[in-house]
Design a protein around this ligand. Structure first.
Ligand code: AMP
Ligand code: GLY
Length: 422
């Protein structure tokens, strides 16, 4: 039997990681990416169809005779790509548009969590500027202000300054007619990627993202500046509570929908000092950069896992992992996340470490190839360098050794990725 033809939708570091692991899968014979980046072009074939062009992606999948479409970002899922592919009889890893509402609307996700009694932060919906002060009095600082829009992790403001919270709330109401004020959750965050369908689910090793721009968790929120796995904060006791209080009730809900959820449910957790987990957010896709640290820890065939999920047959899949640690450091463009400067030349991305149990390599994210064949920066997060080793400190060292050999004018990265895990 010939292997699977797989199309990965997206162009970031997450998609390079997916293409990389799929290209290694015995079950997969060809990998395509759309639009992909300079890294996915090395391992597969890129196609110039935007992630927002739903008709274009469906047509591409048909023309290429694709067996499985794996959707990276949330936008196309919220906009119905999975529904359209399923209508055409093409298997899709990623939920339909109703399942994707868990990420598309924070308010909807909160309502579902409330109905299922899943622990999460308290919430006030504010529609009227006159109600802002009263709402701010309800929670003690810091205040967490969220617009109910897709913002790639950058639409949240956490502040101790009442005036800043007030202004963010006012701006939210003026732009969207309503805004969300959330109770601040104390603790440490972890990301659990759960690959699920109606037959069952598998939890990938828990990881920890570094959302703030600067060392010491300072500066603005970003899409993610680095990650490591497994995250020691996710102890067996925390895992047990997360499964029984958060994952099981959500899986029960999602498997019983008219169209069951088939894809990755990203559970963003806050774990308090007594080990109690609460949900900060759900995403309906793999995390970025969590994917770059998590997929290399899977020892079973990724193509088979994603196909089993897309067909509703996860219960029959034998999921296995390596007992290793991994760390990813993101290299960002000058100006990220406010206003990234792109189009600059990048050197040194071929550097890697390959010492058997210890290895490190470069995931491309915002990269492209110029007409004259030069590698150029093409986005805010440009590269994600991953190190894998028998222990975390060695994995971190390997990632930093490789990232130091990359040259991109004005670029920056955090120097403390993985510090909480040590
Ligand atoms: P979100 O887009 O909802 O994932 O929020 C982005 C980041 O803001 C999270 O990863 C947290 O670091 C922070 N954050 C969001 N909501 C809360 C909360 N209720 N309490 C504490 N931190 C939060
Ligand atoms: N790293 C955070 C996210 O993927 O949403």
């Amino acid at each position: 039997m010939s292997g699977l033809a797989v199309l990965v939708v997206g162009s970031g570091g997450r998609e390079h990681a997916l293409v990389r692991s799929l290209a290694k899968s015995v079950s997969v014979s060809s990998v395509h990416a759309s639009p992909g980046n300079a890294g996915t072009a090395i391992l597969g074939t890129n196609h110039n169809v935007s992630v927002n062009d739903i008709n274009g992606i469906v047509l591409l999948a048909k023309n290429l005779d694709i067996d499985l479409v794996v959707v990276g970002p949330e936008g196309p899922l919220v906009n119905g790509l999975s529904d359209r592919l399923n209508d055409q009889g093409i298997a899709c890893f990623g939920p339909n548009s109703i399942g994707a509402k868990l990420e598309g609307s924070k308010l909807y996700a909160k309502e579902i969590m409330k109905s299922l009694k899943i622990p999460t932060a308290g919430l006030i919906v504010i529609e009227n500027i006159e109600r802002i002060d009263e709402a701010l009095d309800t929670f003690s600082p810091p205040w967490v202000v969220k617009r109910d829009v897709l913002a790639g992790g950058k639409g949240v403001i956490v502040t101790d300054i009442r005036l800043d919270a007030y202004c963010a709330l006012k701006e939210g109401i003026e732009t969207d007619d309503f805004v969300l004020l959330e109770e601040f959750l104390q603790g440490e965050e972890a990301s659990v990627l759960v690959v699920m369908d109606e037959s069952g689910y598998v939890c990938l090793p828990a990881s920890q993202d570094h959302k703030r721009l600067l060392d010491g968790d300072r500066g603005p929120n970003t899409g993610g500046m680095g990650a490591y796995a497994p995250a020691p904060i996710y102890t067996p006791a925390v895992e047990q509570r997360t499964i029984s209080e958060i994952i099981e009730p959500m899986h029960h809900f999602l498997r019983n929908q008219d169209v069951p959820y088939r894809g990755c449910l990203y559970v963003g957790l806050m774990i308090n000092s007594s080990g109690a987990p609460s949900v900060v957010e759900y995403n309906v896709r793999f995390g970025d950069p969590e994917t770059q640290v998590t997929l290399p820890l899977i020892s079973s065939d990724l193509g088979e896992l994603l196909m089993a999920c897309a067909k509703g047959r996860i219960a029959n899949y034998n999921f296995t992992t390596y007992s290793r640690s991994s760390a990813t450091v993101v290299l960002a463009s000058e100006g990220y996340p406010e206003k990234s400067i792109t189009g600059r030349k990048i050197f040194g991305t071929d550097t890697n470490i390959d010492e058997g149990e210890i290895y490190a390599f470069v995931h491309h994210a915002g990269t492209s190839i110029s007409d004259s064949g030069e590698l150029l920066s093409n986005g805010g997060r440009v590269l994600a360098v991953t190190g894998i080793a028998p222990n975390l400190i060695t994995a971190i060292d390997a990632a930093y050794e490789v990232i130091r050999s990359v040259e991109l004018e004005g670029s920056h990265y955090r120097n403390d990725i993985g510090h909480r895990g040590l």
